[in-house]
Write a protein that binds this ligand. Structure first.
Ligand SMILES: [Zn+2]
Length: 60
Protein backbone atom coordinates (compact mmCIF):
# COMPACT_ATOMS: atom_id res chain seq x y z
CA UNK A 1 0.00 0.00 0.00
CA UNK A 2 1.28 3.46 -0.85
CA UNK A 3 0.43 6.80 0.65
CA UNK A 4 -2.33 8.53 -1.37
CA UNK A 5 -0.70 11.90 -0.71
CA UNK A 6 2.94 11.40 -1.59
CA UNK A 7 3.04 7.80 -2.88
CA UNK A 8 5.62 6.67 -0.36
CA UNK A 9 5.12 3.29 1.33
CA UNK A 10 2.45 3.56 4.00
CA UNK A 11 3.26 3.27 7.68
CA UNK A 12 0.94 0.73 9.41
CA UNK A 13 0.57 3.26 12.23
CA UNK A 14 -0.83 5.91 9.87
CA UNK A 15 -2.38 3.64 7.24
CA UNK A 16 -3.15 4.37 4.48
CA UNK A 17 -0.74 7.28 4.87
CA UNK A 18 3.03 7.27 5.35
CA UNK A 19 3.05 9.74 8.21
CA UNK A 20 1.00 11.93 10.47
CA UNK A 21 1.77 14.82 8.15
CA UNK A 22 0.16 13.16 5.16
CA UNK A 23 -2.82 12.08 7.24
CA UNK A 24 -3.24 15.71 8.32
CA UNK A 25 -2.87 16.92 4.76
CA UNK A 26 -5.58 14.55 3.64
CA UNK A 27 -7.82 15.78 6.43
CA UNK A 28 -7.01 19.32 5.37
CA UNK A 29 -8.02 18.55 1.82
CA UNK A 30 -11.30 17.16 3.06
CA UNK A 31 -11.88 20.18 5.27
CA UNK A 32 -10.95 22.48 2.42
CA UNK A 33 -13.66 20.83 0.38
CA UNK A 34 -16.13 21.36 3.19
CA UNK A 35 -15.25 24.99 3.50
CA UNK A 36 -14.80 25.54 -0.22
CA UNK A 37 -11.41 27.11 0.34
CA UNK A 38 -10.12 27.41 -3.17
CA UNK A 39 -6.60 26.17 -2.73
CA UNK A 40 -4.64 23.00 -3.31
CA UNK A 41 -1.43 24.44 -1.95
CA UNK A 42 -0.23 22.19 0.89
CA UNK A 43 0.94 25.17 2.88
CA UNK A 44 -2.47 26.76 2.66
CA UNK A 45 -4.00 23.48 3.73
CA UNK A 46 -1.69 23.33 6.72
CA UNK A 47 -2.71 26.85 7.59
CA UNK A 48 -6.37 25.88 7.34
CA UNK A 49 -5.74 22.93 9.66
CA UNK A 50 -4.10 25.22 12.18
CA UNK A 51 -6.97 27.69 12.01
CA UNK A 52 -9.51 24.94 12.50
CA UNK A 53 -7.45 23.40 15.29
CA UNK A 54 -7.41 26.73 17.11
CA UNK A 55 -11.11 27.34 16.42
CA UNK A 56 -12.81 23.94 16.76
CA UNK A 57 -16.21 25.63 16.91
CA UNK A 58 -15.92 26.38 13.21
CA UNK A 59 -16.44 22.70 12.54
CA UNK A 60 -20.06 22.93 13.68
ZN1 LIG B 1 2.76 10.42 2.50
Amino acid sequence: MTCPICKKPADPKYRPFCSRRCADLDLGRWLNGSYAVASTDPEDIEEAIEQIASNPDRLH
